[in-house]
Each structure stands twice: as structure tokens, then as C-alpha cells.
Design a protein around this ligand. Structure first.
Ligand SMILES: [Zn+2]
Length: 186
């Protein structure tokens, strides 16, 4: 098995919000982001006909496999969630987040978030003593929190960016602002 290339994740900026999936699926299908549901893959879709207009890939040499061939990685979209409370997604690309007050690094982020109920956690910045919830730190798009995620597989971190049009579709369908980040599985 080769290492996981990575994924682009989209989730509401407020990690407590849980948008309804049905209107999101309808909006994103109509807009051409989502294609047909993939058989045998739970909550997964092929990319739609306007995927490459709604998610911009950097560089001209990027080769994107858009349909499944055997077990090889290919580009597809799936939902993760809903979760009863915000869950923390991180990966091998996650680096210590920065405090938004003093920009100090939280090097002990793994310990601070291990085995706890993240919804109630406050983490005190070791540099300035400001206490913030974990999503109050600046994770630089390398980790995120939420109750529902849209995952675009497989995307190297930073290789593909959602367009303002896509962010507008998400906001229009759910009534809340969205963010994006990238995860590479360990
Ligand atoms: Zn601080």
C-alpha cells in the first residue's frame, strides 16, 4: 500500500453546525460537483461534470484519475458524518497550530486533544495563557473540526482549492459559512 495522497475537506466554519445532507446533495448534484453515487461505497459519489470548474487544481501536470480502475486511487467525493458533536480530523500533515492571540505554537496539541470530549475542551496557550477551544487555534488548513464533512479524495494538500462559486453554493444551501482543509492519513 502506498501512502495516502491526501484529501480536501469542506465543513462549516462553526464546528457545532450540522447542515442537512439532502439539500446539500441536491445542490451539489445540480451544480455538477457530484456525479453518480458509487456502488458499494457508502455515501460516495463520482465527481460530476463541472467538478474541475468548482475545484481548481494547481499546476498543469496534475493527472487526475476520475473513474475507478481496480483498486487504484481515483478522484471521488464522499460525506463523513453526521456526528453528534464536533470531531477532530488530523493526519500526518498536521503541524502544531498557532494561538490566535500571540501566534505561539501549541506543540502539545496531540496530548491536548487525545481521548477527550473535544466539544467541551479549552486549551490554554503555553505562551500567553489565553484559553481557547481547540478550533480557536489556527490550524493552517492542516486539521479541522466539524459534525459533517465533504471529502474530496485523493488530493495532495494544497493541490486543489474550492472556488468562491463552490463556497457560495455550500453557504446558500446550508445557510452557514464553510471552510476547507487538507488531511493525509497516517
Ligand atoms: Zn498565545
Amino acid at each position: 500500500m502506498s501512502a495516502h495522497t491526501g484529501r480536501l475537506l469542506l465543513s462549516p466554519q462553526d464546528p457545532f453546525l450540522l447542515p442537512e445532507r439532502a439539500p446539500l446533495t441536491a445542490t451539489l448534484s445540480e451544480a455538477g460537483l457530484l456525479g453518480t453515487p458509487l456502488e458499494g461505497r457508502n455515501q460516495a459519489f463520482a465527481v460530476g461534470e463541472r467538478f474541475l470548474q468548482l475545484v481548481i487544481f494547481a499546476g498543469c501536470s496534475v493527472r487526475i484519475e476520475l473513474s475507478p480502475i481496480g483498486e487504484a486511487p481515483f478522484c471521488h467525493i464522499r460525506f463523513t458524518g453526521p456526528f453528534r458533536q464536533p470531531v477532530f480530523l488530523s493526519g500526518r500533515n498536521t503541524r502544531p497550530p498557532r494561538c490566535r492571540s500571540c501566534r505561539g505554537r501549541l506543540r502539545s496539541w496531540r496530548e491536548a486533544l487525545s481521548g477527550r470530549d473535544n466539544a467541551g475542551v479549552q486549551i490554554t496557550c503555553p505562551a500567553c495563557s489565553e484559553a481557547s477551544p481547540p478550533w480557536g487555534y489556527d490550524w493552517k488548513g492542516q486539521a479541522g473540526f466539524g459534525r459533517l464533512f465533504i471529502r474530496v479524495e485523493e488530493v495532495f494538500p494544497g493541490e486543489a482549492t474550492p472556488t468562491p462559486a463552490l463556497m457560495g453554493l455550500l453557504e446558500g444551501s446550508s445557510g452557514c459559512k464553510w471552510q476547507h482543509f487538507y488531511i493525509q492519513d497516517d
